[in-house]
Design a protein around this ligand. Sequence first.
Ligand SMILES: Nc1ncnc2c1ncn2[C@@H]1O[C@H](COP(=O)(O)OP(=O)(O)OP(=O)(O)O)[C@@H](O)[C@H]1O
Ligand SMILES: [Mg+2]
Length: 258
Amino acid sequence: MSALTVGVVGKGGVGKTTIAGLIARTYVERGARVIAIDTDSNPNLGLSLGLSLADTEAIPVLPRSVFFGSAGTSAESLVTEYGRPTPAGPTLLSAIRVNEAGAGCTCGGHATVRGMLAGALTDVDVTLVDMEAGLEHLSRSGGTLAYADVLVVVCEPTRKSVLTATRTRDLAEELGIPHVVAVGNKSQGSEDVGFFKAALSSNGLALAAIVPYDPEIASADRAGAGAIDIVPRSLGVEIERLLDVLDDMVASSPSLKR
Ligand SMILES: Nc1ncnc2c1ncn2[C@@H]1O[C@H](COP(=O)(O)OP(=O)(O)OP(=O)(O)O)[C@@H](O)[C@H]1O
Ligand SMILES: [Mg+2]
């Protein structure tokens, strides 16, 4: 497997963290060594990877505005120092946390992630970044995900989430990110499937998978847990389909950086 950097993006609440956790975990099941980076200032990817809330909150946050290079820090040393194992398999890094009101912007944390993604991490097959909602990560000083190979833009069956996906694709093109694929999430039947197919294709977005709405995910969330025990039954096929699309991209794309 070639090394691959995937950013999971989209409008607020569409399911980015849920899908990011599933992608990371499924890659581990396929034998990949996976780093998962939580860049949300309100981090909860740890829950989706099977950690308790206390363990998620105990993960040390990456230092801001790290200088990489021969005279600076290496991305590998950050993984060793700040990465923590998770029950689902990936090593989790927490890039940003806002736990003090009025403490300033989070740009330094995004700069650290951008620097980490700029070079290939040794001994890592897949680096997966769970992004905060919205579009700022694509505009902020050079783009946090400028070095991603592919953006997975998660949508729910709403026009506004597709609009966010379309704007994301346009900004990603400007940054030179080679691939953008959409995932339709929380589908509750043929009407939603039809909406995803029509709305995404009319905006020129490739639809890689349609993930059903699963009440067990919703109740796991209410119980304060991730979805790692229930997912194979309900959503596994669609996540496997998405990973196959990503693998095909790597195989057929000489433009990927590694
Ligand atoms: N396929 C699904 N079926 C049922 N519930 C889902 C599904 N995907 C996500 N959810 C629920 O939707 C809510 C939002 O999910 P999640 O936190 O993954 O979204 P997000 O895009 O990461 O949100 P944010 O923008 O706040 O980071 C959660 O309560 C989650 O349990
Ligand atoms: Mg999230």
